[in-house]
Design a protein around this ligand. Structure first.
Ligand code: 26Y
Length: 809
């Protein structure tokens, strides 16, 4: 029977077992005796999906009936990962599913690993979008996520001789249980061509290319299945299935040409999150999914409403970075050209619907489009942006404010469109992702805009979903918390603080340490399986997992590793705290220095791990193909979390939150959300080192000279020398010369400036880790004091300050 919201239905293990059998036969088409692991996993997922679908229908009805304002989260990236265990846990049917599996003679854990990891994103921004979907469903915020259904997600990373090699990812090969193709839900998206006016106010856009956007829907269940929202991803298809004329002429290749051109748009995720390259295909991707999404939003709005002018009462659209910022011009175009509103009217409505989240201040990652390219692909939007720029400047000129007009132009030097400026001007709210980042936005990139619109910039510090990042990935800790404080923390994470009082309770501490140890044993096995390295689970597990970036300073961590290695070699008899350095992360394929730093990590690992003098005192594990699924194994097993970016450069970070929630202590700079984590866990439970954002700005302004720093620090100098004298690259002594030269000459990311402070702090960590009881106590305080970093809290913030929406229950 259909239960109402909040009441989990009763599902017996026997009924579920039968459902899986039926799926295997009638949906997968296999006999149990012939079924492969993949077949069983598919059958299992389909049976679970049925449970989600029932609640999905109810949620859709409830959202319509309630006539509440709806959220549309537009994002080029959704880093979802696997969904089976997530759905099972959210629905609260884990015990039934497990016993059904046991009866069927299949291993639940093994089934989970059959599912491919949906890697439709690069890193933090994409994973944030996925956590937000989970939280919007949990809170009962009616919402859609909109993005692109890439055929190929983020590349798979292999190491060949220690170098990163990229291989195409193929998540769709063996079928996807979670999505529904909606062939009837299709919109046309146009590119290029000419604009004409009929003289009576009508505008015509004769495009020279049109493609079809087809919807694929994935239901996203919140905690206890109370509410289920939809992730709608667009795939690009040709408008005509086949050029029959050419085909019949035997011209098979050219008959397929339009299909290939059209399908290319959603073929592959751009793997770069470092430098915004002005590539035509990327612009087409951005417009493709933004246009389809806006058409869909307006279609849905008009199902229940008739006045297009009241769109902002029902619709809040969030732009995840500037990737969908073309929405500003596209919504105006639809309102003006299709619904015949004037530009000023259209602009007002647009500005009330849209908001924009900024995720980076780094100039090279800010999107800019060459106006010639832009005009070629989107001629009408170019006109609209010129109108916005002109009218916006005119409006400002009348106000006599202390800003320079050049600084607020959207189109710079007449040749580049600054998408951040377009997004800002076209938005109701603009937000940063941590307190520090939002402050820096006001002082730097958006300084002049902030003077013009002092109420527009708001902060919404990032968060993570405690369902995936504790309940699901850390069953040991989950069980301990359930036993100690019940399950109130799962959807009200701040209640996890109720367990803080047990930090000094010997029995709780023992169980907490045992859960951590079990997770470390599991990770040790995974390390051995993946790279053949044996590590001791009682060593300190020191983890740096994130995209490879100079500003994230994996190089600082590697230099410290080298220095520690040298120190151990000099005095192997001293009391060393055994440590395993764990690295995971991909480099953008064109980011040469980042790829060389991966090679350095692998070269150092090879030498350290094979040095008999070192033994278990130090091991270095560089794990290939870091992704969401691997994160779920590493994070629960971490003792120490490396958050060591150059202060002022990491907008927020979210791995820092996941690791702290799972009991890792942070070693970090006062950057991004580290600042807020430090405030909550307290100075005794975090290792803060190095320059502050102000120090960094000051030092860079004065001009930093790394020479003196390196020369005055023999530990640092010794590490850099080893990098260039062939210690780690006997086959090619010059391999890391360029890396070292950068440190000696510019060191833009101030690795050398922070080295001493970092190295010393690590030695304090060594000493502290030896006191196991005290360490566990501080680990418990990390877990229990970071409840505020739930993405539920973040979504409440957006709902109130940005969207003006309320939950439906
Ligand atoms: C334009 C293109 C090159 C591009 C593509 C992806 C530029 C940036 C990105 C992704 C950026 C990203 O992931 N930023 C991260 O967002 C997280 C969520 O807010 C932050 O926690 C993290 O500090 C930030 O680096």
């Amino acid at each position: 029977a259909a239960g109402s919201a909040g009441q989990p239905r009763t599902l017996t293990a026997a009924a579920f077992r039968d459902a899986v059998r039926a799926k295997l036969a009638y949906a997968v088409g296999k006999d149990p005796s012939r079924a492969t692991a993949k077949d069983w996993s598919m059958a299992l997922s389909l049976a679970v999906r049925d449970q989600v679908v029932e609640r999905w229908f109810e949620s859709t009805k409830a959202s319509h009936a309630g006539q509440k304002k709806h959220v549309y989260y537009l994002s080029m990236e959704f880093l979802i990962g696997r969904l089976l265990n997530d759905a099972v846990c959210n629905l609260g049917i884990e015990s039934q599913v497990r016993s059904a599996c046991a009866e069927l003679g299949i291993d639940y854990q093994a089934q989970l690993e059959q599912e491919s990891d949906a890697a439709l994103g690069n890193g933090g921004l994409g994973r944030l979008a996925a956590c937000f979907l989970d939280s919007m469903s949990t809170l009962g915020i009616p919402a859609h996520g909109y993005g692109i259904r890439y055929d190929h997600g983020l590349f798979r990373q292999r190491f060949h001789d220690g170098w990163q090699v990229e291989e195409p990812e193929d998540w769709l090969v063996s079928g996807r249980a979670w999505e529904f193709e909606r062939a009837e839900m299709a919109y046309l998206v146009k590119f290029g061509g000419q604009i004409s006016f009929d003289g009576h106010g009508a505008t015509y856009w004769r495009a020279d290319e049109t493609v079809k956007a087809v919807a694929y829907d994935t239901p996203i269940a919140g905690w206890r299945g109370r509410h289920v929202n939809t992730l709608r991803l667009w795939a690009s298809r040709p408008v005509e299935v086949l050029d029959l004329g050419r085909f019949n002429h035997g011209d098979y290749m050219s008959a397929a040409e339009k299909t290939i051109r059209a399908e290319t748009i959603s073929r592959v995720l751009y793997p770069d999150d470092t430098t915004a390259e002005g590539k035509e295909l990327r612009l087409k991707q951005e417009y493709f999914f933004t246009s389809a999404s806006l058409q869909d939003i307006i279609r849905r709005y008009l199902e229940d409403n008739d006045d297009i002018r009241k769109l902002p009462d029902q619709v809040a659209i969030q732009m995840n970075d500037t990737h969908p910022a073309i929405a500003v011009a596209e919504l105006m175009r639809i309102l003006a050209d299709d619904y015949r509103l004037t530009f000023p009217e259209a602009f007002e409505i647009t500005r009330q619907c849209l908001s924009y989240t900024n995720h980076t201040l780094m100039p090279e990652a800010l999107e800019r489009w060459n106006t010639n390219l832009f005009r070629k692909v989107l001629p009408r939007h170019m006109q609209i942006i010129e109108w916005i720029d002109y009218h916006h400047l005119a409006e400002v000129q009348g106000r006599n404010l202390p800003v320079s007009l050049d600084a607020i132009r959207i189109i710079e030097w007449g040749s580049e469109i600054k998408m951040g400026s377009l997004a800002f001007v076209g938005s109701r709210r603009v937000n940063g992702v941590s307190a520090l980042h939002t402050e820096l936005m006001k002082q730097t990139v958006f300084k002049d805009y902030h003077v013009l619109y002092p109420d527009r910039i708001v902060n919404e510090t990032n968060g993570i979903t405690p369902r995936r990042w504790l309940y699901e990935c850390n069953p040991g800790l989950r069980a301990l918390l359930l036993e100690a404080i019940g399950d109130g923390w799962v959807d009200n994470l701040e209640r996890i603080e109720e367990a803080a009082k047990f930090a000094t309770d010997a029995s709780f501490r023992e169980k907490f340490a045992a859960a951590k140890k079990a997770n470390k044993v599991r990770l040790a096995a995974e390390i051995e399986r993946r790279i053949g390295l044996r590590v001791d689970p009682s060593a300190l597990f020191d983890v740096q997992i994130k995209r490879m970036h100079e500003y994230k300073r994996q190089l600082l961590n590697i230099l410290e590793t080298i220095a520690l290695y040298q120190a151990i070699r000099r005095g192997p008899g001293a009391e060393w705290t055994p440590r395993v350095k764990i690295f995971g992360g991909k480099a953008a394929p064109g980011y040469q220095i980042a790829k060389r730093i991966i090679k350095l990590a692998n070269d150092v690992a090879r030498v350290v791990n094979n040095d008999p003098i070192i033994g278990d005192r130090l091991k270095v594990a560089v794990l290939p193909n870091y992704n969401v699924s691997l994160a779920e194994v590493i994070i629960p097993a971490a003792d120490l979390s490396e958050q060591i970016s150059t202060a002022g450069m990491e907008a927020s970070g979210t791995g820092n939150m996941k690791l702290a929630l799972n009991g890792a202590l942070t070693i970090g700079t006062l950057d991004g959300a580290n600042v807020e984590i430090a405030e909550r866990v307290g100075p005794d439970n975090i290792y803060i080192f190095g320059l502050t954002a102000d120090d960094v700005a000051g030092l860079r302004q004065r001009g930093y000279n790394p020479n003196a720093t390196i020369d005055s620090d023999p530990t640092l100098k010794g590490a850099i020398d080893a990098m260039v004298n062939g210690t780690f690259s006997p086959d090619d002594h010059g391999r890391f010369n360029e890396v070292a030269d950068r440190l000696w000459h510019t060191d833009w990311f101030l690795v050398t400036a922070d080295f001493q402070s970092y190295f010393q702090t690590q030695r304090t960590v060594d000493l502290d880790y030896r006191d196991k009881n005290r360490w566990t106590e501080r680990s418990i305080l990390n877990t229990t004091k970071v409840g505020w970093f739930s993405s539920d809290r973040t979504i409440r913030g957006y709902s109130k300050d940005v969207w003006g929406v309320e939950p439906i229950f």
